[in-house]
Design a protein around this ligand. Sequence first.
Ligand SMILES: C[S@@+](CC[C@H](N)C(=O)[O-])C[C@H]1O[C@@H](n2cnc3c(N)ncnc32)[C@H](O)[C@@H]1O
Length: 264
Amino acid sequence: MVADAPFRFDVLTLFPGLFEGFLGESLIGKAVEEGRIAIGLHDWRPFAENKHGRVDDAPFGGGAGMVLAPGPVVRMLDQVDDRAARAEGTAAPRRVLLSPAGRPFDQAAAQRFASGSGLVLLCGRYEGFDARVEDEVDELLSLGDYVLNGGEVAAMVVIEAVARLLPGVIGNAASLGEESHAAGLLEAPHYTRPRDFRGREVPEILLSGDHGKVAAWRHEQALRRTAERRPELHAAWLRDHPPPPPKRQRKPRRKTAAPERDDA
Ligand SMILES: C[S@@+](CC[C@H](N)C(=O)[O-])C[C@H]1O[C@@H](n2cnc3c(N)ncnc32)[C@H](O)[C@@H]1O
């Protein structure tokens, strides 16, 4: 158990069972066990306004699919993240609605979330939420330009990307700064034993024991990989890291003749 309060993830989902394996295994399972993160799963069916527990309804204007009604989910949202407390305190968790129409998720967003106090993640299903639910959240977040069946897998991605940035979750925190996207570049390639795998050898420099040269090689590889695989990231990195201006050569001083004295 750690002394600080755990970082809280509250997930609003109609399918909490989908999270079972994910939350019990590997680094996330360990982080939960050690009290570094806390995860609440909240099914809002109990807030349904009908005796059948239905939380979806037909769309106004017609069309295929069902829409998640605003009442039940927003009542659950207010219970999970109390509005009054939210208005008082500055440390309110961020309410994030998962949607293919949201802002694309990236490492910068993960870092921004990790520096906050907690996250409330809303997972849609069917045709998604009634549009008025969007007014109740801080932002809409997309995993990418494709459509999933529900927001649960997207929520797991966000939890994993954010949790690994929190203190103590990853064993070797120093490695976080060198990872892909941490500083706008892709990471340099890694190698382990054997030295020769099917005729492809580990670059000699990695066996040299010269840490300075290895670091310089890795940086050069990171730049090269980024340029080849993600030219748009490389261009952005170059914009943010302009080469230093060339050093100005000092002009040799011209010797000036001493003025002639005419008082001799
Ligand atoms: C079938 S989708 C609804 C798609 C919606 N009708 C549309 O075209 O934008 C159901 C739910 O899955 C989640 N979802 C689907 N694709 C997603 C994505 N790319 N990123 C984040 N969440 C996504 C959202 O929570 C969404 O409400």
